[in-house]
Design a protein around this ligand. Structure first.
Ligand code: NI
Ligand code: MN
Length: 229
């Protein structure tokens, strides 16, 4: 079984096809983080959607703590992070195009409508035998999500719902309609007061659309297990 553990905000630990992957590991300064940075051991990949502090987070420390781990992100961001750890060889920098082939997985960077201090902001689809997971990063709604759904057919979509910087529950529910995943999990909510979007509201809005998508609300520290083999 693959496992997806919510670390609060937009941070996840994804255990897929035997690989341990952290996505947007904002732990230090994240009031909802259920783990400490040093608890993240045996990490294979650190995947980043963009360079804002609440997503880049503790990536550099995690890479220092896990000497075999590589950073996967858009070219400029991956290289920036690898420079900080003094090991350019651990950067897997790609761009929005076809997927990168990484450790037996396919990882596609996809458009996000947002900003970033290092390269363009992205979402990411991580594809393995056990399933395909789309982490939308920080983004507003965009028709590109329809293409993400059609081309990569993600089983699970992790969508920001907090509003202010990203989609709120209204846009995120529409995004579910465009993507048509089997499971949608809200993220980027509840961390700071400015993020007003509530996961229950998102769930209700999706359910009203009568889509074949189940909304799963994870609290920080909770794990969703799956296998879509
Ligand atoms: Ni951001
Ligand atoms: Mn953010």
């Amino acid at each position: 079984m693959a496992k997806l553990t919510y670390l609060g905000h937009s941070a996840f630990l994804l255990e897929l096809d035997g690989k341990r992957i952290v996505i947007d590991p904002f732990i230090t300064g994240n009031p909802k983080a259920p783990v400490k940075v040093d608890d993240l051991k045996d990490i294979d990949l650190v995947v980043l959607t963009h360079g804002h502090g609440d997503h880049l987070g503790d990536a550099i420390q995690i890479l220092k703590n896990n000497p075999k781990a590589k950073v996967v992100a858009i070219f400029e961001l991956a290289n920036y992070v690898a420079e900080q750890i003094g090991d350019p060889g651990r950067a897997i920098g790609g761009n929005m195009g076809g997927p990168m082939l990484v450790d037996g997985l396919k990882i596609a960077l996809v458009p996000a409508t947002h900003s970033s201090p290092y390269g363009a902001p992205t979402g990411v689809v991580i594809m393995g035998e056990e399933g395909r997971v789309y982490h939308a990063g920080d983004t507003g709604i965009t028709m590109d999500m329809k293409l993400v759904g059609e081309i990569y057919k993600p089983h699970i979509a992790l969508l920001p719902i907090g509003g202010h910087f990203t989609m709120d529950p209204v846009e995120a529910a529409k995004a579910v309609e465009l993507i048509q995943p089997k499971v949608a999990i809200p993220m980027h909510w509840g961390t700071f007061p400015v993020l007003y979007g509530k996961p229950e509201e998102f769930k209700e809005l999706v359910e009203k659309k009568c889509l074949p998508t189940e909304v799963v609300i994870l609290q920080p520290g909770e794990t969703y297990e799956f296998s879509f083999k």
